[in-house]
Design a binder for this molecule. Sequence first.
Ligand SMILES: [Zn+2]
Ligand SMILES: [Zn+2]
Ligand SMILES: [Zn+2]
Ligand SMILES: [Zn+2]
Ligand SMILES: [Zn+2]
Ligand SMILES: [Zn+2]
Ligand SMILES: [Zn+2]
Length: 1770
Amino acid sequence: MPAAGSERIRFATVVKMADEGAMEPNVGAEPEPRGVLEPEQVVRNWQEGVDLCLGIYQHLKEYVPAVHCSGSEVKSPEDEQAYQILLQTLEWFLFGETPADGFAKLEQNNGSSQLCGRVFKGGETTYSCRDCAIDPTCVLCMDCFQNSVHRNHRYKMNSSYGGGFCDCGDVEAWKTGPACKKHEHGASEDTANPANQLPVALAERAQQLFTIIFRYIVDMLIWTEDKELPLGLQPREKTDSYFCVLFNDEQHSFEHVIYSLQRSLGCSQREAQNYTTLIDKEGRRAVKHGSLHSCQETKLEVFNITNSVFQSPLRVEILHSTVVSHQTFALRLLLWLNQVISYSAGLRQIFCEVVLNQEPGSDQPCLISKFMLADAKLWKGARKVFHELIVCSLLMETEYKRLFAIEFITHYKQLQLEFVEDDHDRNVSVTAQSVQIFTVPTLARHLIEEHDALKIIIETIIELFSEHMDNGKLHFQSYSQDKLFRKQMVLYDLKYLLISKPPLWTDRQREHFLEGFKTFLKLLKSMQNMEPVNRQIGQHLEIEPEWEPAFTIQMLLKCILSVIQEWCASDEQVLLRAYKECHRVLSQCSNECNQRNARKQLNTLTMCGHSISLKRYLVSREPVSIHLPLSRLLAGLHVHLNKSGAINKLEEFVPPSEFQVEKLMDYPLRCLVLLSQVSADMWRRNGFSLVNQVFCYRNVKWREEMFDKDIIMLQIAASIMDPNQFLMFVLTRFELFEVFSKSPVPRNKDVIQQTNVLIEEFLHHIIMVVGERYVPGVGLVKKDEVTLREVIHLLCIEPMPHSELAKSLPENENNETGLENVIHQVATFKKPGLSGHGVYELKPEYLKYFNLFFYHYYKSQQTKAEDDQKKRKKQANSNEALPPPLPPQFFSTFVKVTNILNCDILMLVLRTVLQRAVDSTGRLWSEAMVQKTLHLICMALQEEQRQLEGGVAEEDVTFDVYLKATRVGSSAVNAESILSLLEKLKHVHQLDAQKDMINWTLQMFDTVKKLREKSSPCSVTEAGSQKTNETIQDKDKAERKRKAEAAKLYRQKIMAQMSAMQRNFIESNKHLYEKATEAPRPGTIRTEEDSAPTTEDSGVALGPMQGATATEKIILTCILCQEEQEVKTDDMAMVLAACVQRSTALSKNRSRTVTNLGDNYDPIIMHSDLSCGTHVGSCGHVMHATCWQKYFEAVQNSTRNRLHAELSFDLENGEFLCPLCKALCNTVMPVIPLQAHNLDSKDTETIAQMLTLPRWLQNVSARIAGLNISDTKEKESKQIQVSSVSWKNPVEFRSILSFGVQSPIVYSKSIVEMLQLFATAVYRVGLKVAPNEADARVPVMAWSACAFTIQSIENMLNDEDKVLFGSLPDRQGISLKAVLQFAASQRTVASPRVIQKHLTRLMSVFVPQMDVEDTWSILDIDFFHLLISLVLAFPSLYWEETVELQPSDISCAFNNLYLFHLVTMAHIVQILLTSTMDCPMEQDGEESEETLSATELYETLREYTSRSLECKPHGWYLWNCVKCGITPFLRSSALFFNYLLGVPPPEELSKDSSEGQFEALCYYLALPTNLFKLFQEYKDTVCPLLQCWCSDSSVQSFLKGDRTTVRYPRERNQLMELPDDYSSILNQGCQYKCSRSSDDETKNLALCMFCGAMLCSQSACCREEVNGEEFGACAAHAINCGSGLGMFLRIRECQVLLLAGKNRGCFIPAPYLDDYGETDQLLKRGNPLHLCTERYKKLEQLWQQHRILEEITRNQDANQIVFAFEWQQF
Ligand SMILES: [Zn+2]
Ligand SMILES: [Zn+2]
Ligand SMILES: [Zn+2]
Ligand SMILES: [Zn+2]
Ligand SMILES: [Zn+2]
Ligand SMILES: [Zn+2]
Ligand SMILES: [Zn+2]
C-alpha cells in the first residue's frame, strides 16, 4: 500500500481540483433535475430523510455499480474521478461545507502527532537501540533514527518484513530518548480529549457517518455468499453480469499460475504474467467478465488444470458484478477513512469509538472484531489496507490501543487457529499485530491481570498442539512444517507478553499469573519425557525419528522458561507457590512412570560399608527421554529459592515427606548417562537423529534449559543427599557399580573400551557437579562473572572475532549476551588486515582461570584448548600442568556438595583408577581417566586447603582428604595409599604427558601437609604454603632451564657439524653446486646481464645518442615438466599463461563502449577517451609451448563431459586455469628475447648530419608514395599488363634504405605459431569477433593491446606512488616484455603489405598531403597508441618485394627519434588546445625560457585557430599545463622504449623522489627539457602541420564550445565515493525511486561502483533485453559500463557483486567494518558499519589493475559447492 503520507498530498490536490472546477459552493444553487446530483444536494436529501443509513445506502446502491465495471483493483483515471465524486459527497456531509475548507480547518486545529507510526514496507531498514530499547522489537524508521539520540548509541540495523511500524514517540518503548526531534513536541501536547475540541456538530456527523460507512465496508468485504447482496443494496434488476475472480495463494508457483491462466483463459503469456503479478500483489483479480454460464465454464477449466494430487486447485470465485463493484468501492472507502482520520486526532478518536462500540444488548462482536475475525478469509490487498487502518487509528492512542488489545485477546484463540489454517504470510495476517500489543509492558500486565492473557495464550498453544498429542505426550511424527511454523508464532507472543515483569505485585496479579503458570505446567507436562529413545542393539535403526520440531519448540521455550523463572523470583509468595505447583506436577509425572515399573523390586547395594536401595533401571535397555522441561524448571526455581532465602519456608509448601530428591534427580541423571553412553559409542546404531539431539542438548541455544539445568539438579541432590549414597546412585545409573565393587571381569575389547569411556564420563560428571559453580544462586557469583568465565574459556580455544564470541554465548530475552561488559577486561583486540576480521586475544593474566574440564566445551574444543594451553606453557618454559583453577565458594545451601570430594566412595574410585594405572597390566584404565582423577584429587586438596586457611578452628575442619589419601587401605586390605600410588605413577611411561600434573598434585599434598602440621595462626601458614609452592616451582624452573640450555648447546653442535659437512661437499663438487644454485625456481625468471653496458653511454633511448642494449640471457623453467631452457629465437617457444580482456578501467566516457567492436569497427586509432581498450595480463608462469598444448588438450578432454555450471572457466573461449596458480587464462603468449641494438658511433655522426627531420620526412613520404604507386601498379598490371606509369623517382623511393638495412631475425616455427595464436586471441577478445588470423586488423589490435597495457601499468604505478623502473613485480615485468616483443613482431603474423597500409594511414597525421581518405581530428587521437603503432609498424617500410629487410640499428634510432618527436609535438598541441581553459588571472610563476616559448607557441596556435582561443594565459601557466599533461605520456613512452630496446634508464627514474624526474624522462627520451624547443628546431616542418591541425573542424567546434573532449592529464578513474556511515547508504537507497516502476515496493538496489548508477537488481522493472536475451539491470549495465565487467554495491545486502559476462560472478563483503573489525554480509548482525578505506582501496585496485576476473574465478573455485547463481539475472 502506498504510504499514508504521500497519499495524503495527492488526495488533497484532487479534492481541490474537483472543487474549483465542479461547482459554486453557494447554498442557493439550483438542484439539478436528474443525472448526477450535486454533492451538496445529495447531502441535503440525506439529512432531510428519515433514515440516514437508508439514504446513504440508497445513494451507494445507485452510483457504485454504475461507476465500476472493470473488476480490477487498479483503477482507470475515469473510475478514480467517479470515486472522487462519491467520496466528496461524503465529505460534504461530514463537514457541512466545501471539503477543502473542512480539511484545512481540521489541519489547523490539529497539532503534530506524538507518535510517528510509520508503517514499514518489506525490506525497509529499521533501527533499534541496544542501549535504550525496552526490547528488540522497538524500532525506528530511518527518518526518526537519523533525528534521534540513538544515532550515536549501539544501534542495530535490520530489514523489515513489512507491516510493523515506527515506535518513535512511544514512551513505553524506550528507556531514554523516546522521540526524535520531529516527534518530541507532540509529546508535550495537553492530554485533553481531542474529540472534545471538535465542533459538536462535526463530531456528531462524524460519528454517524463513520458508523454507517464502516458497517458498509465490513458488510461488503466480508460478504461470503458470492451471489447476493445485503439488503438495501440489492439492485432493482439483476443482470447476467459476473466476474470470475482468481485468488492468490502461497502454494502455486508463479510459473504454474501463468501457465494455467494461459490455458484456461486462452490469453497471451504477457497478459497471464500481468494477471499473476497483480494477483500476487493484490491478492485477487477478476480474470474474466461475462455471463454466469461462461464464468462457470472458466472456473471449471481452472479447476481442472490446477487440481492435482500434489496441490489443491487455485481458488476461483464467481461474483456478481455489483458485488465486485461494492467491494472495490469499500476498499477505496477504507483508504479514504484512513486519510480522513489522519487529519485530526479528534476524528481518529471518534472513529476508534465507532469501531470498538458493541451494540448494546447485541451478542454480536464490535465492528472491528467482526472484521478481524474475517481476516483470514480476506484477500491480501484488503488485509493490507485494513491492517494499516488499525495501525493508524487504534494503535495510535493509548486508551484505544488498550480497548483494541482486549478485543484482540478475547478473540485470540480463534484468530490463531485460523492463522494456522491460512496459507498467507504472517505479515499479512492480523495476528501479526500481537507484537504491537504484547510488547507494551503496561498493556501486557493489564492483559494478564484483567483478561487472563497468559492463560488464553497458553491454552491456545495446547489446543494447537493437540493434534500432535499421543497418550498425553507430544509426539511430532508426520507434521507439516509450515503449520508448525505458524503454531510457533504463539510462543513468540507468549515471550512478548512476559518481557517485563511487574515492578510491584498485587494479589490479583499473583492469582492470574499463577493461573497462567498452572496452564503452562500442563504444556510442560505434555513434553516431560516426550519422544523417548531406546537403544538399538544388533540392527541399525531403519527410520530416523523426527527430532527437530521438539527442539525447535524447546529453543523458543528456553527464553520463556527463563523469563517465567524471573517473574517467579521477583515475588517470594509467587515463587513458593509456583515451586509447589511445579513439584506437584513433576511428582505426578514420575508417579505415572513409576506405576509402569511398579512390579520392579527395590535393590539394595553396598559399597565401603555404605548402602543404598533403588529400583533397577538401565539407560542402555529402557526408554530414556531428553525432554524434561518440568524437572529443569523445578531446578531453576530451586536455585531462585536458594538465592532469595525462601527455601527456609519451603516446608510450609512442600512437606518433607513428599520431597524425594532421588526421584527428582533420577530423570536428569538418566539423560546425562545417555549422553555419556553416546560418547562411549554405545548408541551408534540409533543413527544421526540421536547424535543431533545430543549435540543440541549441549549447544548454546538450548543448554541453559537442558544440560545446565540437569547438572544443577544433580548439584541440588548432592547438596541434600549423603555423598556416599549420591555417588552410589550415580555409579549405578552409569552402570559402573560393579566395575568398582568387584575386580574387573570384562574380556571383550569393545566392552573394555566402552567401560573406560563411561568411567571417564563419570569422573567428568563428578568434576562438573562439584566444580561448576558459575550460576548465581549455586555459587557466589554475579552474572558478569559468569559471562567472563565463558569468554575466557572460548578464547582459550583460540582468538576469536566478536561475532563468533557472541554466537557462542547464550542470549537473554533481549538477544543480549553481556559480552561487551567483560570483553575489554579479559581480551585485547587485534585489528584486521586487508582481509579477514579483527579478533580478540585473551590477556595472559587470565590464563590461570582455564579449566580443562570446563563443562561447556565440546570434546573437540577441549582438545584444542588443551593443546593450545600446553603449547603456550611450553613456550614460556614453564610447568605444563593444567591444574583446576580455584572455584568460587558455593552458595550456603549448596556447600554440602563439596563433601563428595571427601567421601569414601570417591576415595575408593580414585584409588582404584590409580591402582589400575600403576599395575598397568589390566586394560581398564586410560590416560584421560588418570587425568580426571588427578584433577579431582587436586580439587579435593584445594577444598581442604581452603578450609585450613579459612581460619576455622581445627576441629571444625571437616575435610580430611589428606589423611584419607595417605592412609593405607581403608576398605580393601593391603590397598596402597593414594599418595604412594601417585609416587609410583611417575614411573609409568604411558603417562609421561601427565608428569607435570602428577608433580603438581604431589606438591599440593605437600602444601596441605605443611598446613596441617602448622598449628600456628593461618597468616603464617599461608605465606609458608605459598613459599613452598614457590620454591618448588623455582627448582622446577631451574631444572627446566638447565635442560633447555643443554638442548640448545646440542643443537648448535649439530648445526656446526652439518655446515662443515656441507662446506666439504661444496668444495669437492663445486661445478655441480654452482649449477644447482643457478637453477631457478619453477616459473620464475632469471636474467643475466651478458655484456654489462658501460654506464656512461646509457641513458638515452632514442636517436644518435642511443645507449647500448643490456642484452640478457633468459633461462626459464617450465612449470609443467620442470625442465629449464634458455629462450632463443630459433628454439622451441616458451609461453606465458595470459589473460586478454576488454577493459574500460581507463575510460573517460562510459557511454561509448558498445560501438567499439564488431566486424565493421576500425581500430586503427584509439580514441583519446580510451573508452575501451584491450588489456593483457599474466600470472607470470611459463611453460613449454608443447607442454602447454598437451595440458590444454587434456583439460579439454577431461572437462568436456562435465556440466558447465561446475566449471569456473569457459572452454569454448579457450579458457583454462593456470596449472600452477589457478589464475584464469584465455591464451598464452610466447616469450621472445630482446634484440641487441648497438650503434656504431662513427656512422652515427655522419648520418646525424645528413638525416635531418625534413630530409627524413621526405624519404618517408617518397617511400610511402612509391609503395602506393607500386600497389596500384600491381593491381593495374594484372589488368593491363603494360605499365604506363613509371617510378616518379626511383632514387627517392629507395633513399630510405641507404641509411642502413639489415636482415631480420628469423623465429622458429614454434614461436611463429604461438605468436599467431596469441595475436588471434587478442583480436578475438579485443573486438569480440570470431577468430580470423588473416584479418587485416590483427596487427592493429596487437599494437593497441600493447599500448593499453603499458598505459594501465603506468596508471597503476602512478596511483601507488611507485617509481617507474624497478618496482614492477616480476610477473608484470616479464609479461610486459612479452607483450611488447609480441607487438613488435607482427610482421611474422601479417603480410608486409597490410602493415604498410596501416602505416600509410597512421602517417597521414603528419604527412597530410598523403593520399589517404582518413581524417582524424587531433582532439580524438590517443597519441600514445599512435606512437606505438607508428614505431612498431615503421620497419615495414623497408621491405622490398624480393628481399626481407629491416632498418639497421642506426636507421631505427633515427626513425624512432623523429616519430617520437612528431608525436610529442602533436600531443603538446593537443594539450594546449584542450587543457588550458581555466587559467588564473594572477601572475604566479616566474618568467623563464620555457614560459616565453610557451607563450610564443600559444600565440601561433591562436593565429591558426583564427583567434578562437580566446584568453591569453600566462606563459608559466601554459608551461605547467603542458608539463603536467604530458608526463603520463612521457612515462609510458619511457616504459615502452625501455622494454623495446633494453637501454637502461637513468638512475633518477628508479629513485623514490619526484625531484629531477621530468628532466630524467626528457633526457632518456632525447627531448629538450624545454619541450617547446622542438617547435623552434623543426619550425619549417611543423608550421604547416600546426596550421592543418588547427583548422580541423572538430577543433573549431570544440573551441566554440560545441563539443567536449578529454583534458590532460586524464583524471584517474576512481570508484564512486562512499560515505563513512553505512546507514547513509541505506538512507540513499530508501529514497531512491525507480523511474520505470510505478509501485513503491522496496527494490534490491545496487550501486554501480564505476559510475554511480543506481539499479534495481533482480527486479522486473529494470530488466533489459540485449540481443534477444533477458538481462538483469546489473548485468545489462555492466555490458556498457565495464565492457562486461561490473562491480556493484548491493545496498540492502551490504555486499559487493562482481560480475564478468553472462555467467560469471561472485559476492564479496562490502568494504565496511563494524567496531569489532568484521564485515556483515546480508546485515545479519546489524551493528553500525563504517567504511574501511584500505579495503575500499583494495577494491579500486582490483578494478584498475584488471584483477576482477581473477578474483571471481578464485572465488568461484573456492566455493564450488555453492549452487550456480544465474548471474545474468542480477
Ligand atoms: Zn518514525
Ligand atoms: Zn520520530
Ligand atoms: Zn539509544
Ligand atoms: Zn615443459
Ligand atoms: Zn600462474
Ligand atoms: Zn556504471
Ligand atoms: Zn526499476
